[in-house]
Write a protein that binds this ligand. Structure first.
Ligand code: TXA
Ligand code: MG
Length: 305
């Protein structure tokens, strides 16, 4: 299969509606989209990513109204949606629509759903006119893509098209909240826990693998090819050094120690260092605000495989 790089969001939406696999930018990371109502198209996502089929996918819709036709909102979920949508927040809610491919939810009675803020993603979703299932557009277990070049590197020849959408501004996947029925943080992400708690009060955070069916929680999930060593003050012999704050390094997540800038740079910098085929040492990142999500991704990148 030849993968075409395209530039028109409307064509991307039309391709998706016809059952194609299309990589497109969101504010968080690039997604690999497919029509969530088309079993074959959704199955091809798993094939293209080499992803185990038990992983449920996030469905993307253009607005809250569209989301309400697919899932049942409780009051807190509605408050979160009104506060943070469109944006880097995914809500896991009871599925009410019968037309989605069961592959999307992996048979679960709940659906993970979000409204992306990226203007181009919005245009794609409106042109598609159908809910779009989209995991991050990387081969399973590899670093999430934040540019169209990353998507091409990982999936060229395995997907129909990639829509050029520039670099992702958030650079981390969406934060995932579930309800049992109290809100539970299932995955740290591009919207910080602090901001969510300012809006709705304290969140339970349940990160035990048994309690959470979010495979984003799997220990080794965002893995560069070579070993990753965290909280490094300086590189050792063969290592390349990913810095944070003012310091000498091969690449720096943010010289001014800005966590938002660091999040936006995280996957891109890991991709670049990974290409050097040397072990990667990473400077300490403060465990505050978006730093918690960054450290979560880094711990997975460093986990033994
Ligand atoms: O920012 C993002 O969320 C990106 C962009 C493309 O939107 N998408 C993304 O999708 O990160 P993916 O498939 O890489 O991650 C989806 C996560 C997985 O950890 C999955 O298990 C979890 O969402 N998930 C999906 N449905 C779920 C459900 N019903 N219950 C619990 N977790 C669910
Ligand atoms: Mg992913």
């Amino acid at each position: 299969m030849q993968t075409t790089l395209i530039t028109d969001p409307k064509s991307a939406g039309i391709l998706l509606a016809k059952g194609a696999l299309v990589g497109f930018a969101t504010e968080t990371v690039y997604g690999l989209g497919a029509d969530a109502r088309n079993d074959t198209a959704v199955a091809r996502i798993f094939e293209a990513k080499g992803r185990p089929t038990f992983n449920p996918l996030i469905v993307h819709v253009p607005d809250l109204e569209a989301a309400q036709t697919l899932v049942a909102f409780n009051e807190t979920a509605l408050e979160l949606a009104r506060h943070f949508w469109p944006g880097p927040l995914t809500l896991v809610l009871p599925l009410t629509d019968k037309s989605l491919s069961p592959l999307v939810t992996a048979g679960l009675p709940t659906l993970a759903i979000r409204v992306p803020a990226h203007a181009q993603a919005q245009a794609v979703l409106r042109a598609a006119g159908t809910p779009i299932a989209a995991p991050s557009a990387n081969p399973s277990g590899r670093i999430s893509p934040t540019t169209s070049a990353h998507v091409m590197d990982g999936l060229s020849g395995r997907v129909d098209a990639v829509l050029e959408g520039g670099a992702c501004v958030v650079g981390l996947e969406s934060t995932i909240i579930g309800f049992e029925p109290a809100p539970v943080l299932l995955r740290q992400g591009g919207l910080s826990q602090d901001r969510i708690e300012q809006a709705i009060g304290p969140l339970k955070s349940d990160t035990t693998p048994a309690a959470v069916q979010a495979p984003g929680q799997l220990a080794s999930h965002y893995a560069p090819q070579r070993a990753v060593r965290l909280n490094a003050q300086a590189p050792e012999k063969d290592e390349v050094f990913l810095g944070f704050g003012p310091m000498t390094s091969n690449l720096n997540l943010s010289e001014s120690a800005d966590l938002v800038e660091a999040a936006a740079n995280l996957f891109g910098h890991l991709h670049q260092l990974d290409a050097l085929d040397r072990p990667i040492a990473v400077a300490p990142i403060p465990e505050i605000g978006l730093g918690r999500a960054i450290n979560d991704r880094l711990r997975r990148a460093a986990a033994p495989r």
